[in-house]
Ligand binder design. Structure first.
Ligand SMILES: O=C(O)C(=O)C[C@]1(C(=O)O)C=C[C@@H](O)C=C1
Length: 127
């Protein structure tokens, strides 16, 4: 553990003479394993989400559909905001998450359509 006034770096080296600080630092180190496991699960779930949305993008390109479906996104936002409320998460964070992933999914849709010569609405700026 080391301090520079602005930051505290808490690592496995917990050698503080202050017993309370030492035991808090130890607990932080243990809780960080749970954080690491959760982050790994989130990354795996995100990868799976993009595999699925890429399949949707392939179908949209084949059919000549636009990348964006705003009504679907509004429904998703409403659903995720409710879910967030129910489990004590900030609903704005849930909405920000949906915009982050849906915007990335749409960029992937457009790129795939361009790469396969099936230009779709939204790619007017060029492929
Ligand atoms: O469901 C779709 O139509 C998708 O293309 C997926 C997705 C999403 O990432 O959830 C992305 C873009 C659309 O505007 C709506 C939803």
């Amino acid at each position: 553990m080391s301090e520079n006034g602005m930051e505290t770096t808490i690592d496995g080296e917990v050698k503080s003479p202050d017993q309370v600080a030492a035991s808090c630092a130890q607990e932080v180190v243990e809780l960080r394993s749970a954080v690491d496991n959760i982050d790994a699960a989130v990354i795996h779930m995100l990868a799976e989400r993009f595999r699925v949305t890429d399949m949707i993008g392939g179908l949209k390109a084949r059919a000549g559909f636009a990348a964006t479906d705003s009504r679907r996104e509004s429904d998703q936002v409403a659903r995720l905001r409710t879910l967030a409320d129910e489990c004590g998460l900030d609903a704005d964070m849930a909405e920000a998450y949906l915009h982050l992933v849906a915007d990335a999914a749409k960029r992937n849709h457009i790129r795939l359509a361009c790469e396969t010569n099936q230009p779709m609405w939204g790619a007017e700026g060029g492929c």
